[in-house]
Design a protein around this ligand. Sequence first.
Ligand code: ATP
Length: 259
Amino acid sequence: MANDPIVEVSNIYTRFGAAVVHENVSLSVQRGEIFALAGGSGCGKSTLLREIIALQPPISGSIKVFGQEVLGLDDEAALPLRRRWGVMFERGALFSSLTVLENVALPLREHTDLERGLIDEIAALKIALTGLPSSAGAKFPNELSGGMRKRAALARALALEPELVFLDEPTAGLDPLSASGFDKLVKNLKESLGLTIMMVTHDLDLLWQVADRVAVLGENRVLGIGTMDELSQAEHPIIREYFYGTRGRAAREQTWKQK
Ligand SMILES: Nc1ncnc2c1ncn2[C@@H]1O[C@H](COP(=O)(O)OP(=O)(O)OP(=O)(O)O)[C@@H](O)[C@H]1O
């Protein structure tokens, strides 16, 4: 159904050895929104993302993506779902021995029967979509700047025309100018391709500039969910520190200036 959540996380419990990471974590992402997981270091954002994309299971709970339960799926059963989402990992996870074009073409080679010429054309199109010059296609990942590598990784995540894209720390390690370029790119892609985007980020500028809704994780649970405006009114001390610490204040003031 059009109004059903595209990602539905219910009562997730995660622990590594004796260390509990998530206790009763629940949230849902609606079609067409940019939803962010935020919170301090080590609060379990990336772990939750890996659980949602079926890379590791929680101890208990339920995770539905496109209405289908992902817990308990083996790799083969997860394949049709994986084709419908794209993932951009924090360090890009590009193959260093392949050119950017070959990296972006790889999912098309693996998942479609399209002929080589067409695959290369589609890959070039995705590279252009992320704002990279066409000359970037022939380069190897280590010949690109950090910001360009992120764009290349995003182009690969978009290769199979996903409905849903997961971004893990998309602006980590970028200088402010490149990070701000990435903010705009994410927003444009959502608007032009009608994507649903779920991202993990520490970047308060990115949260203020592009996130429709944000879940703040902490103390093993979801401390608050809402728009940045709503969360900035929250009473919880961890959320307040997040938004009203020096870095939070600077990001908020920047947003006000741009409004
Ligand atoms: N495979 C693992 N084995 C043991 N502990 C793990 C494993 N993966 C994550 N953890 C622990 O789980 C907790 C949550 O880690 P996670 O990477 O999800 O946090 P995060 O919120 O994404 O942090 P950051 O913002 O610093 O990336 C941390 O204490 C981490 O050490």
